[in-house]
Design a protein around this ligand. Structure first.
Ligand code: SF4
Length: 875
């Protein structure tokens, strides 16, 4: 497993970031791992995006949790596990099964998930286990189950390449699923007749590949797809044979869909009637059409209906289950699908069985030899934390996630967790915002240290393999859960010795489900031995005698009682409140290219912090003018629930009346940028998924008394109104601003571990301070009444050098003169200006020539959409 410096020992595994599920070859080395794409993996064929490429830099974070902690003090594993089991037992005995809850994660491996679900639903006896996947794709699950009778993704990734039309809805695929986007772009390059339509209120990096961009009004997708269903009928494109043989409910769905004329759909969506007609004509005239959707659809109070409206169009036209066609939900997380397969959601049962079906419950209980089985759905994520607040939950176990930052109404969630009598957190890091409110911390094995399986968005199950020893005393999550279960008295049922043993049981249970007529069946692998499990190659489920891989539903055979798909009426309802005088702007939330969730992994890689070093608010020029804001200013966004302070970026890519802000920054990385603290906890009634894209806010420019930049060899946690830190090669860099000019000193950086202090400059309008350790620069602080043109990353380049005061002053003068060049290519650190220069002076005309000249875009390719945009803009 351990690689030598000369000959890397490549271990095939999978990327732990998004639901594309790319294959990675990893080889342990000092300080991390060497990483490259796995050419044999079917999801990615050797490609990786910049997040995947930089995984090797994320393996040794400063704040790794190395041993158990109880109330902030190191503890033994036995002491911590005894305490966890004791507090769960106490809650069970005094208050019953409903007083215990698990909140887990799409980052877990299927084996971890399986054990957690078995423990909660079969032995504790409640269904209070929910997952952060609830925040990402629960509406797609609910829509699949409502339409198909099962949570089945009908298609495969090849469909995206084989289609003649790919419609992307609510998905910035270029940034959120970059390798899938690259597969789409490669297919379009090879076959230019492949058309792409991008449906998103914002123009994003994904728009670059689109033949048609539909920047619809936020939240109006339901009107758009109901309109499409009505047009399919008007155009005579209903597949009457498929509908008659395999579906029910079309008439009711059509009645709801025809509620609006084309002009009314145009009015609801804000789209030009000609664009609508073009989109409808293209969709209707193109049999091979894939409609791919993601969080922009799912994260809504009508997310299930929106996904259902998309599915309806495919069912009514019979465009499902065949090459190049079908509705396609792509998941955000690496193992959201695996979690669904083991029943990791509070309203599902293992192996895609139904929690509310008594036969299914009896089958699972008997298989597990369980003392009891949950007999009703448990608390979905938002309700689970509300139950903590109400005092119902006495023992909460959070595993591998950070709800204090990622849940809507995040401050309320933080208070609810703090007030819960007993909270245990299993995690890799010691100081996430959630760790600060937990009683017990359990060190979990990280990516690269643990083994198991994950399932990507197209049902491919891949092995994630360990290639380095666990740090400190960290253990895999399945093992921690088994150890607690044993202490609760269920040793025999949790006597797994390896992830392979867990997988065998999971596969065997899926055979029980298969026999009950369910879709998820991998029972061919129920007796896989340890060696074969170790060698297991990626495969698409099902894997059973009756069916191996492939697509679903070409010939009907849905998993409903009558075997027919339900074309469900999805009547229009406005899913967003209208802006008011007090709250005039709509907040759209999402991700940036190089970060992931709350940055607990991506924030540790310097290469991933270059492109987006600070939390931003993207503002349309008209709104910016109205609020007298320019790019680079600080702005306060306030909702009825809270406020954040962000760096303004004025762009007409964001629609007028809306602000876009990324979700990633926690209190670990910024003073006030926890976006989910602004979001109300309104949920879709079917899926329980929160509406993350519908908050109303107001905007105000924040005028600080001073601006600053800082850098230090150790992590920074400054104490001023605005700060945002980012990892750089030499340590940490930060942008700062504040109101109190008189108070400024190096102590503002929030570290008492810095060396001796020197003042290089102290005038009425600026101060330049440096701290020196062993003759080397350990920290720098440059503040002034006006913004400096020097970036924090530039300042950080001085760290670790010998102190030479006159050189430092000279450097500062020079650096102030040159405008910073925003990084476009994170792999080779190529900035926008260098690319523009190459286009103008060296006559680079296309992506290939930029790659040849500067290497930009030639590695992971994630920045290609931005380079393409620079090519267009500069030309
Ligand atoms: Fe990882 Fe990028 Fe592939 Fe997603 S697209 S799995 S983040 S390498």
């Amino acid at each position: 497993m351990v690689a030598s410096a000369q000959r890397p020992d490549w271990v095939p595994t999978v990327c732990p970031y998004c639901g594309v599920g790319c294959g990675v070859l990893a080889a342990a080395c000092r300080g991390g791992a060497l990483i490259k794409g796995d050419p044999d993996h079917p999801a990615s064929h050797g490609r990786l995006c910049c997040k995947g490429m930089n995984l090797g830099k994320t393996l040794e974070p400063e704040n790794r949790l190395l041993r158990p902690r109880i109330e902030g003090r190191d503890a033994s594993w036995d002491g911590a596990l005894d305490l966890v089991a004791c507090r769960i037992r106490e809650a069970l005995d005094r208050y019953g099964p409903e007083s215990v809850a698990f909140y887990v994660s799409g980052q877990l491996l299927t084996e971890d998930y399986y054990v957690a679900n078995k423990l909660m639903k079969g032995f504790i006896g409640a269904a209070n286990i929910d997952t952060n996947s609830r925040l990402c794709m629960a509406s797609a699950v609910a829509a699949h189950k409502r339409s198909f009778g099962s949570d089945t993704v009908p298609g495969v990734y090849e469909d995206i390449e084989q289609a003649d039309l790919v419609v992307l809805v609510g998905s910035n695929l270029a940034w959120c699923h970059p390798v899938l986007y690259q597969r789409l772009v490669a297919a379009k390059t090879a076959r230019p007749q492949l058309r792409v339509v991008n449906i998103d209120p914002r123009r994003t990096a994904t728009s670059v590949a689109a033949d048609l961009q539909l920047s619809l009004r936020p939240g109006s997708d339901l009107a758009l797809f109901n309109g499409l269903l009505a047009e399919i009928e008007r155009a005579g494109a209903i597949d009457r044979d498929y509908v008659a043989r395999h579906t029910s409910g079309l008439d009711e769905a059509l009645m709801a869909a025809k509620a609006f004329s084309l002009a009314e759909v145009a009015e609801k969506t804000g789209l030009a009637p000609s664009d609508l007609e073009r989109f409808y004509a293209l969709w209707i005239s193109t049999p091979r059409v894939v409609t791919l959707f993601s969080q922009g659809i799912n994260q809504s109070v009508s997310g299930t209906d929106k996904a259902g409206a998309i599915i309806n169009c495919h069912l009514a036209s019979g465009r499902i289950g065949q090459e190049g066609m079908g509705p396609f939900s792509v998941t955000g997380q690496p193992n959201a699908m695996g979690g669904r397969e083991v029943g990791g959601l509070a309203n599902t049962l293992a192996a895609h069985l139904d929690l509310e079906n008594p036969d299914h419950r009896a089958a699972v209980r008997s298989f597990w030899q369980a003392p009891r089985i949950a007999d009703k759905p448990g608390l979905k994520a938002v309700d689970l934390f509300h139950a903590c607040e109400a005092g119902q939950i006495k023992a909460l176990w959070i595993i591998s996630t950070n709800p204090v930052d990622s849940m809507p109404d995040a401050d309320r969630v933080r208070a609810a967790i703090r007030d819960c009598p007993f909270v245990v957190l299993s995690d890799v890091l010691s100081d996430t915002d959630s760790a600060r409110v937990a009683d017990v911390l359990l060190p979990a094995a990280a990516w690269g240290e643990k083994s198991g399986t994950v399932t990507n968005s197209e049902r491919t199950i891949s092995r994630q393999r360990a290639f380095r020893a666990p740090a400190g005393e960290a253990k895999p999550d399945w093992k921690i859960l088994c150890d607690v279960a044993a202490r609760l008295g269920w040793q025999e049922a949790f006597a797994f010795e390896s992830p392979a043993a867990v997988f065998r049981e999971h596969a065997a249970l899926s055979g029980v489900a298969g026999a009950l007529g369910r879709d998820f069946d991998i029972s061919d692998l129920a007796e896989i031995d340890d060696a074969a499990y170790e060698r297991l190659q990626p495969f698409r489920w099902p894997r059973a005698k009756a069916k191996q891989g492939g697509r679903f539903f070409r010939g009907g055979s849905f998993y409903t009682q009558d075997g027919r798909a339900h074309i469900v009426a999805t009547p229009w309802s406005s899913c967003t409140a209208d802006p008011t005088a007090a709250w005039p702007l709509r907040l759209l939330t999402g991700r940036v290219r190089d970060h992931w969730h709350t940055m607990t992994r991506s924030g540790t890689a310097p290469q991933l912090c270059r492109r987006h070093p600070e939390p931003t608010a993207e503002i349309h020029p008209a709104d910016a003018e109205r609020h007298q804001v320019e790019s680079g200013d600080l702005v306060r966004l306030t909702s009825p629930l809270g406020a954040v302070l962000l760096r303004a970026e004025v762009t007409d890519a964001t629609p007028e009346g809306s602000i876009f802000a990324p979700i990633h920054w926690s209190e670990h990385y910024a003073a006030q940028a926890r976006i989910d603290a602004l979001i109300p906890a309104d949920c879709d009634p079917f899926s329980g998924q929160p509406a993350f894209k519908a908050a109303l806010v107001r905007l105000a420019r924040f005028d600080p008394d001073w601006w600053g930049i800082a850098a230090a060899v150790r992590s920074l946690r400054p104490g001023c109104d605005y700060w945002a830190t980012a990892r750089v090669n030499s340590g940490w860099a930060a942008a700062l601003a504040g109101k109190d000019w008189a108070e400024i000193g190096l102590e503002i950086l929030g570290s008492d571990r810095l060396g001796s202090l020197m003042t290089l400059e102290s005038g009425p309008d600026s101060r330049f301070l440096v701290s020196v350790e062993n003759g080397k620069i350990a920290a720098l602080l440059l503040v002034g009444r006006h913004k400096t043109r020097i970036t924090p990353a530039q300042l950080a380049n001085r760290l670790g050098r010998d102190l030479n005061e006159s050189d430092l002053r000279l450097w500062r003068k020079d650096a102030e003169g040159g405008p910073p060049d925003p990084i476009v290519c994170a792999c080779y650190t190529v900035g926008a200006q260098r690319i523009r220069d190459a286009i103008t002076s060296q006559q680079a005309k296309d992506l290939d020539s930029i790659g040849r000249l500067l290497r930009a875009g030639s590695n992971c390719g994630t920045c290609k959409p931005e380079i393409a945009a620079l090519l267009t803009e500069t030309a």
